[in-house]
Design a protein around this ligand. Structure first.
Ligand SMILES: Cc1cc2nc3c(=O)[nH]c(=O)nc-3n(C[C@H](O)[C@H](O)[C@H](O)COP(=O)(O)O)c2cc1C
Length: 370
């Protein structure tokens, strides 16, 4: 396969749309409700204006940033996403390899298409395990112990999914995990023979963590029972770094910090949960202003370019995570699509810094916003 040039998010998305069965594309691309929440956030990011400065020597620019005690070679990592191998077989492995090479976190979803043990090995220890609370919590705590045993140092607890939002595009195209095949799905797969064949050869992706005995997960089951006591139990049981993902409220952020959470990932789940959210990028600014400059804040949702990465740092992030763009790069160009997208983003971040008169991402906190 000749790898396409992935010079922008839109290019990657357009090629991915052509290559993926409609059902899979709609699952990745889809949002809750009408998608207005996602578009508001994208517009809010687009509206951010950064003041350039001139006559600063920006010949030597450094893209590395520190996350906890770890030096990351690029200022972005991969947000946890379910079933990445649906984009292309082996996507999980490629993501883990990128994570090791650039020393950045790759999130391993509870419902990943490879096991948490495979991910930690492939990523040479850089992976972070993402936990969903579900049911009465029995399975949740078992998974937490399993991640600890596998050698994970960081746990990402996602809290913005007390129920999976209604995603009309999933429903319209009959997306379920595992797949439920009807005539519509058979036709869809038949119309995308290259994808279908590659998946059959590699083995249809499954929720890999739940192939083990005594581990069960129902994607649609309620996760609504978690409360502050649950958080305390998790905090007591997990001695590594605890990151809470899916926060847009200043009050929640302050309370989480006071409960001993090590970092917060400000996120609107890419518009896939509450459609009525305020734009998460604005909430990042509000949370940073309230929580002070020292507390680690990470950000994801709506990052579509290196310039967007830089904007998120200007709004107060200490690290940025990518979602859909990663899946589209993999679907569009397999491993070389991913490495190309990685390079496009890195070049874009570096050039944006130069244009702003900055040499490091840490200098973005004093960039004037217009
Ligand atoms: C296909 C897909 C699956 C996802 N699965 C999970 C998941 O299992 N756990 C989780 O915490 N977030 C999940 N997310 C949300 C991402 O971690 C991230 O918050 C979001 O994609 C960022 O927005 P962006 O896609 O606009 O970059 C998923 C997102 C997508 C697109």
């Amino acid at each position: 396969m000749i790898a396409p040039q992935l010079l922008s998010y839109d290019e990657a998305r357009t090629i991915a749309k052509r290559r993926l069965p409609r059902m899979v594309f709609e699952y990745i691309d889809g949002t809750a409700g009408t998608g207005y929440g996602e578009s508001l956030n994208l517009a809010a990011i687009a509206r951010i204006r950064l003041q350039q400065r001139v006559l600063v020597d920006v010949a030597q620019r450094d893209l590395s940033v520190a996350v906890f005690e770890q030096k990351c070679l690029v200022p972005f990592g991969v947000s946890p996403m379910a079933m990445c191998n649906l984009a292309a077989p082996n996507t999980d492995r490629w993501l883990a390899k990128l994570s090791a090479k650039y020393q950045v976190p790759v999130g391993v979803s509870t419902i990943a298409s490879s096991t948490l043990e495979q991910y930690i090995e492939w990523s040479e220890g850089f992976a972070w395990f993402q936990l969903y609370f579900s049911g009465d919590g029995t399975q949740t705590f078992k998974l937490l112990d399993r991640a600890k045993q596998a050698g994970y140092q960081s746990l990402v607890l996602t809290l913005d999914v007390p129920e999976v939002a209604r995603r009309p595009r999933d429903q319209r195209h009959g997306f379920t995990i595992p797949f439920r095949m009807g005539p519509k799905q058979v036709l869809d797969f038949a119309l995308h023979p290259r994808w279908s064949l590659s998946q059959v050869i590699a083995g249809i992706p499954k929720m890999a963590n739940f192939l083990a005995r005594d581990f069960h997960f129902d994607r649609g089951a309620s996760r609504a029972k978690a409360d502050w006591t649950t958080l305390r139990r998790i905090r007591e049981r997990w001695q590594g770094k605890l990151i809470v993902k899916g926060i847009t409220s200043v009050e929640d952020a302050l309370r989480l910090a006071s409960e001993g959470v090590d970092a917060i990932q400000v996120s609107g789940h890419g518009g896939r949960q509450l459609d009525a959210l305020p734009p998460p990028i604005q909430q990042l600014r509000a949370i940073r202003d309230a929580i002070g400059s020292d507390y680690p804040l990470f950000y994801d949702s709506g990052i579509r370019s290196g310039e967007d990465v830089v904007k998120a740092y200007a709004m107060g992030a200490n690290f940025v995570f990518l979602g859909r763009s990663i899946q589209y790069a993999a679907a569009a160009g397999a491993e070389s699509g991913l490495t190309q997208w990685w390079k496009t983003l890195s070049d874009d971040v570096s050039i944006t810094l130069a244009l702003l008169g900055k040499t490091k991402l840490t200098e973005m906190s004093d960039c004037r916003l217009l």
